[in-house]
Design a protein around this ligand. Structure first.
Ligand code: ADP
Length: 377
């Protein structure tokens, strides 16, 4: 029995899960929110104590603690045992991911103190995309500056893109290495990837998780000129601009709402801002699908995953409508059905199979942990 506690520590929340890595069953999961807020818990150590209280007996028999770390930088991509040297490396990476890595480090530190006898393993969101082809990973900027500052496309949500692409092949009963896939991970954060034979060939997130698709609160792609223009003309500081692009843009910035269930209600009631936000979201998504069809030549599989991708039939329909000439056709009825498992939603006549595959990042992290621990003997 290999039970793993998976910790995903953000700046104001701590998500956790206890996963049975052999069977894949979720023993318990939850989230502690409003860390450092009035009415919440004071800090990450207190949040972890809440988790322990919640888990109680489910803590018995843990073999490892897995930590989701957003940015592994240029060198960290294999799941790694946490020791002081790794902590130092992660600290050095904080400037690359100032919003994400410091809270993950905090989570690691408090969990190591609380559970000193268990191995702790860091699993990186960038890992799967480490070997992106240079043409996809390289930004067309001054190459000396890029090299000096480790600027490249890193890609994020890698654990999910890898898990979902493997599950898609398994579901279809065909070898992973025979498939050209597009994976659309549409949650609050959102990213697309093109995967050929199980290897990533492109992905929409970049140096940071800000690039690419329109997200809950992030802009995705913008003209970099907007940043210099705001800095010079509106006298916004880099912190102001970064905060706007990360926390007050995307669906929230355009439509005042990040939850697609509410957004659809607003559109129904004739809210033009919500309507435009939705149209911008869909337009961007279609651009990436088109780009990745071209990058791959064509796709055997397009898979939707994460909160929006798994649940929002309208988004899936609008993302793929009018693409029959590209070999992509949904079955409206299958698309409208709901289920918890993996399922096909494309028409029989579609040469590209379209799937909905629930992601399970916790299970993927738990399995990565167990493989590290097993290697240790
Ligand atoms: P995170 O990136 O935080 O892990 P999730 O993958 O859980 O996000 O996605 C959360 C988002 O999924 C919500 O903000 C909401 O927009 C969307 N969502 C969840 N359930 C539904 C649903 N039934 N219909 C439409 N959208 C949904």
């Amino acid at each position: 029995m290999s039970r793993v506690l998976v910790v995903n520590s953000g700046s104001s929340s701590l998500k956790y899960a206890v996963v049975e890595s052999d069977s894949g069953s979720m023993i318990a999961d939850g989230i502690v929110e409003r860390i450092g807020d009035d009415g919440g818990v004071p800090d990450h150590a207190a949040a972890l104590q809440v988790v322990f209280d919640e888990l109680a007996d489910d803590m018995a028999g843990l073999v490892a603690v897995g930590h989701r770390v957003v940015h592994g930088g240029p060198d960290l991509y294999r799941p790694a045992l946490v020791d002081d040297a790794l902590i130092a490396k992660l600290e050095a990476l904080s400037p690359l991911a100032p919003l994400h890595n410091p809270p993950a480090l905090l989570g690691i530190e408090v969990a190591r103190k609380a559970l000193p006898d268990l191995p702790h393993v860091a699993v990186f969101d960038t890992a799967f995309f480490h070997d992106l082809p240079p043409a996809a990973a390289t930004y067309a900027i001054d190459r000396d500056i890029a090299a000096q500052w480790n600027i490249r496309r890193y890609g994020f949500h890698g654990t999910s893109h890898q898990f979902v692409s493997e599950r898609a092949a398994e579901f279809l009963g065909v070898p992973l290495d025979s498939l050209r896939q597009i994976v659309l991970h549409l949650g609050n954060g959102a990213s697309a990837s093109a995967i050929a034979g199980g290897r990533p060939v492109d992905t929409s997130m970049g140096l940071t998780p800000m690039e690419g698709l329109v997200m809950g609160t992030r802009s995705g792609d913008i003209d970099p000129g907007i940043i210099t223009y705001l800095s010079r003309t509106a006298e916004m500081s880099v912190e102001d601009i970064e905060s706007m692009l990360n926390r007050r843009s995307g669906m929230l910035g355009l439509g005042g709402e990040i939850d697609f269930r509410v957004l659809h209600q607003r559109i129904e009631s004739g809210d033009p801002a919500a309507q435009l936000a939705y149209e911008v979201y869909i337009h961007r998504l279609r651009k990436y699908i088109g780009a990745y069809l071209a990058v791959l030549g064509s796709a055997d599989v397009i898979t939707f995953t994460a909160g929006v991708g798994e649940n929002d039939a309208a988004v899936r329909r609008d993302a793929l409508s009018g693409m029959s000439a590209l070999g992509v056709e949904l079955d409206e009825e299958l698309n409208a059905e709901r289920s918890k498992g993996a399922r096909r939603i494309s028409a029989e006549s579609s040469s590209t199979t379209v799937l909905v595959v629930p992601t399970d990042e916790e299970l993927a992290i738990a399995r990565a942990c167990v493989s590290v621990v097993t290697e240790l003997g």
